[in-house]
Structures are given as C-alpha cells and as structure tokens.
Design a protein around this ligand. Structure first.
Ligand code: C2E
Ligand code: MG
Ligand code: MG
Length: 555
C-alpha cells in the first residue's frame, strides 16, 4: 500500500475530496511560473509572442524544463500537506466518536441503575429484589434448595421523621442501610422496599436456626445509637420471615407474607417472627389474588364503571362516580367490596388508586371535549390520604389531561381520616387548596365526632346506602337520614344520598331537602359506552327544563 493510500485509508469521504482539491490547487499554482517563464523566454527569442515561438522555447531552453517540474512538485506538496491534515482531523473525529459512544453507554448504565436501585441508599429497590427472588425461586425449584425472605421495618420511624424532619430521617435511613448492608454476605441480597422497610433474600439457609441467628445479628447491627448532629437516637426494628418452599412459591406471595409476619412481630413487640398460617388473615387463594391484582393493574386489565348522580335542585346529572371493576380470567367478576379491602391492607392500594385516578381523569377530559359537562368522583382509601405525594400526582394528571380541578371530587370515608388525623388533614388541605372537592362517603357508619367533621375542608357528606335503602320501610333509618341532612346543611355542606332504589325514597329525600341522589332507581353503574347511550336517552341527563319539554311532547 502506498504512503498516501495508507494514510488515507482511515480518512472519511469529505476529507478525501479535500485532498483531491488540494492536489489540483498545487498543480495550478505550479503551472503559473511555467506559463510566465515560457512567455518571457518565447518573447525574448522572437521579439513577439506566438504559439510557434512558445513551442520552440519549450523545446530548446533546458532551463524551462526545470521550471516545468514545478506543477507536479506543488501538486505532490499539496497532496502531502492535506493528507497529513486530513489524517489528523480523522484521528480527532474518531477519538470524539469513541468518547461519545462511551458517554452514551455510561448514561444507559446509569438509567438502568436508577430503575432498579433506590436513590437514597443506592440499595436495590423492590423491583430488583422481586426479580432476583423470582429467579432464585426457579433455580431453587430445580436444585431442591431453600430460600428465606426477611422483611425488616423500623419501629416508630414516623415519629423520627415527624420530630426531626425528612432530611434527618433520610440521614438515619442511610446509616441504617449501611449497617444492614454490612451484615449481608454475597450472594444474599438486601433491598430498600418501602420508606423504612428493607427486604433481604437469603440463599439456601442451612436451618431455621441460622435464620434466627441472622435476624438477631440484624437487630444487633441497629443496637448502637445513630448519630445526628449532637444527638444520638435509638432505632429498633421488627422482622418478618418467610421460607421457600414452605410459605409460597412466587416472589409476591413470599414478600407479602414476610410483611404480614413483620406486622405480627411489631404488634407482639417480639423483634422477629416466622410466618405462620394464623397470622394470615387471608387464605392463600386471596393472597394469590393480590398477585393477580398487581398484574391486572400493570397490564391495564381493570375497568371503570360510572354511576350518575342527580342534583335534585336542577334535576340534572352533573357528576358521575367512578367505580372500579375487575373481571379476572380465572375467577370471573370480583366485587370491589372483596378485593379493595384486601388491597387496602397491602401497598397495592396505591397503584390501584393511581390507576383509577388516571383513567377517571382521562375519561372526564374526553367527555368535556365532546361537550358533556360532567364532573367525576373517585373513591380514595385511607392509605392514599397518608401519602404526601397524592396531591402532586393528581395535579400532574389534571394538568396532562387539561381537566379543571373543580370537576374532580374525592370520596373518602370517615374511618380513613381517623387513622392519622394530622397527616390526612394536611393532604386534604392541599387537595382543597388546589380546587378539588372532598365528599365523606358512607356517612353514618363511622365514628367520627361531629365537631371534628365540621373542621374538615369538605364540601359534601354522602349518606350511607344502608340508611337510604332502609328509610322507606324503617322509621329509624328515615329519622337518621333526616338528621344527617339537617346536620350537613347546618354545617354548610351539601348532602348526597346513595343507594336510592325506589321512587318513594327519591321523593322522601327530595322533600327532606337532600341535594343529590344516586342509586339503582336512576341507573346502575355503566361502562363508558353504555353511559353515553344513557345520557342520550335519559330525561335526567337533560335537567328539569328539558324534562318538562320531554313530558310536554309526550302528552
Ligand atoms: P361506594 O363508594 O359507597 O360506592 C357505592 C356502591 O354502592 C357501589 O358498589 C354501587 O354499585 C353501589 N350502589 C349504587 N347504587 C346502589 C343502590 O341503589 N342499591 C345498592 N344496593 N347498591 C348501590 P360497588 O361498585 O360494588 O363498590 C363498592 C365499594 O367499593 C364502593 O362503595 C367503594 O367503597 C369501593 N370502591 C369501588 N370502586 C373503588 C375505587 O376505585 N377505589 C376505591 N378505593 N374503592 C372503590
Ligand atoms: Mg363512593
Ligand atoms: Mg358509599
């Protein structure tokens, strides 16, 4: 290979064309002295410039032959210099490309790390732990090995967070994570699976005794006080333990049962507890159902049905309640009254509520865009009310669907506020300051003090359907309904009644001044297609004025 070929072999096409241009330019520059010298010599020889004189000068004057070499010399020089430059440019660009490639690879690795690790402690997160556990289960099944899953939750960590603030709480969590991590030997895995909850996977523990010893070691690791500024803090933990294959054969079930055992340990102040069937308030089929529910949420397999609510003053539907529906392939229809309470006892209720909110808000946007001016009510669980991120999640969903906060109502139960009043009140206050309305669902079944209700930022109470269904035949229920309506109005609240199944109940409620009604008499909950037909056909959807017109036409 020639020197040029060798040099240019790794040079790109644009650079090669630059080399050719430089060669041509060198040749042309060298040609200029040749032409000038030939013209001068030709003129000096014959006293005039003719073509014959110039040819003669080129033939006979040897000095001109030396000058004739110049175009080739300049061409060679041009090519050489430009090749050198091109080669250097090529090297720089290839270096930059390599750097860019390395940067992209580093970014990809970092993104993957973020998806599978907790940002505060840099430990694996719940997703990665569940993934490793599932993989470990398949290997253990094949090799007839055992596994242990430990769930460790800090005791009264909320108090630490509340008194010292979140930043200090985070500093303690980091120290806890480092101490726990130091007790774990490879290939065993520790992960942060909740705010103050850690999950540990032990591969092939030789005996239950060893797991007990290991749990003691975890407690010991947390024994020394934690240092924060000038203060020292004691942190204790409760540990729940499950074993594979004894207590389950999928990752979700083992983790959920470890959490149950951890709660049992916490209640008994035992430090740690091995899962046992008695701790299980649900049978295994139900636990399996929770894994299925998680899957159904992730795969978007749930549905929302909508039940209209009529405003008795205008006779118009201006709101519907979103009610979740789950048609599970193996089990058929499962009532929300069965699976919601189960989800509420696990962390699953949070993704469930987010799914419902997202769907409901999107549906509301679609209706509004098509000119249907209705708001939507969504049921919210106690755990959601203790989640400080809920208002931000809702704000994001509303903004992305361009839904006005006033069109969204959140239905909460009395019980959910009573669990942790201070935190619930904080979340509720933020939600109402965003413009959302809050309704107290199933009113009358809880035990909240009326004085307390009056301090809450709510706009409506919704009388529980058991009183409304009973009010037609049962005098006591009728009295209770009447009292609730009076009470609500005295507190400046709107009063709604659910479970209106008959014309009698409707009329009675209207007479007592109830503001709105919802129930099978008007309509059962419907899917998004059915409700559009209902809106097109039902006189209630039109309002009192339109109803009168419809009635007039019928006469
Ligand atoms: P809820 O919020 O009190 O909803 C009203 C329930 O009463 C619905 O039952 C509805 O179908 C039923 N209902 C409506 N009108 C009548 C009537 O005239 N007679 C009778 N007997 N029942 C009537 P559903 O859909 O089975 O929901 C039951 C409960 O499950 C709801 O009670 C709510 O507490 C919960 N739930 C439903 N969807 C969700 C959800 O998306 N999230 C949460 N957290 N809970 C939900
Ligand atoms: Mg409700
Ligand atoms: Mg209700």
């Amino acid at each position: 290979m020639s020197l040029f070929a060798e040099r240019t072999s790794h040079v790109s096409k644009p650079l090669i064309s630059t080399i050719n241009e430089a060669t041509l330019l060198g040749f042309l520059i060298g040609l200029v002295p040749v032409i000038i010298a030939t013209l001068i010599v030709g003129f000096l020889g014959s006293g005039t410039i003719t073509l014959d004189g110039l040819i003669e000068a080129q033939k006979t004057r040897y000095a001109l032959w030396v000058v004739d070499i110049l175009p080739f010399a300049f061409a060679l020089l041009g090519r050489y210099v430009s090749t050198m430059m091109a080669s250097q440019a090529g090297a720089i660009s290839s270096h930059q490309t390599d750097a860019l490639r390395a940067q992209t690879a580093a970014l990809e690795t970092r993104a993957l790390h973020h998806a599978t690790h907790d940002t505060l402690t840099d430990l694996p997160n719940r997703v990665l732990l569940a993934d490793r556990l599932q993989h470990a289960i398949s290997v253990a099944q094949r090799d007839s090995k055992r596994l242990a899953v430990l769930c460790l939750d800090l005791d009264r960590f909320k108090e630490i967070n509340d008194t010292l603030g979140h930043d200090n709480g985070n500093l303690i969590l980091k120290q806890v994570a480092s101490r726990l991590e130091a007790t774990i030997e490879s290939p065993n895995t520790i992960a942060r699976i909740g705010s103050d909850e850690f999950g540990i996977l032990l591969y092939d523990p030789p005996s239950p005794d060893v797991i007990t010893k290991f749990s003691r070691r975890l407690h010991k690791a947390l024994e020394l006080p934690f240092a924060l500024d000038r203060f020292n803090f004691e942190v204790e933990a409760s540990i729940g333990i499950t074993l594979f294959p004894d207590h389950g054969n999928d990752a979700d079930m083992l983790l959920q049962r470890a959490e149950l055992a951890m709660n049992a340990a916490k209640q008994a102040h035992d430090g740690f507890s091995l899962y046992s069937q008695e701790q299980d308030r649900f049978d295994p089929r139900r636990l399996a159902l929770m894994s299925e529910l998680r899957r159904a949420i992730e795969h978007d397999e749930l549905l929302l049905h909508y039940q209209p609510k009529v405003n008795l003053h205008t006779g118009q539907v201006n709101e519907v309640e979103a009610l979740v529906r789950w048609n599970q392939p193996g089990h058929g229809f499962i009532s929300p009254e069965d699976f919601i309470p189960m989800a509420e006892r696990t962390r699953l209720v949070k993704p469930l509520t987010h799914w419902v909110l997202k769907r409901a808000i999107r549906q509301c946007a679609v209706w509004r865009q098509s000119g249907l001016e209705i708001g939507i009510a969504v049921n919210i669980s106690a755990r959601d009310l203790h989640d400080p991120h809920l208002p931000d999640v809702i704000a994001g969903l509303l903004a992305s669907s361009e839904v006005n906060p006033e069109w969204l109502v959140l239905e909460i139960t009395e019980g959910s506020i009573m669990v942790d009043q201070r935190r619930a009140l904080e979340v509720l206050t933020r939600l109402t300051s965003m413009g959302l309305r809050i309704s107290i669902d199933d009113f009358g079944t809880g035990y909240s003090s009326l004085a307390y209700i009056s301090k809450l930022p709510i706009s409506e109470i919704k009388i529980d359907r058991s009183f409304v269904i009973g009010m037609v035949k049962n005098e006591n229920d009728a009295v209770i309904v009447h009292a609730i309506i009076q009470l609500g109005h005295n507190l400046g609240l709107k009063v709604a009644a659910e479970g209106v199944e008959s014309q009698e109940a409707w009329t009675l409620l209207e007479k007592q001044g109830c503001d709105s009604v919802q129930g099978y008499y008007l309509s059962k909950p419907m899917n998004s297609v059915q409700i559009i037909h209902w809106f097109n056909e039902s006189p209630w959807a039109l309002g009192k004025e339109a109803q009168r017109n419809v009635a007039g036409q019928a006469e």
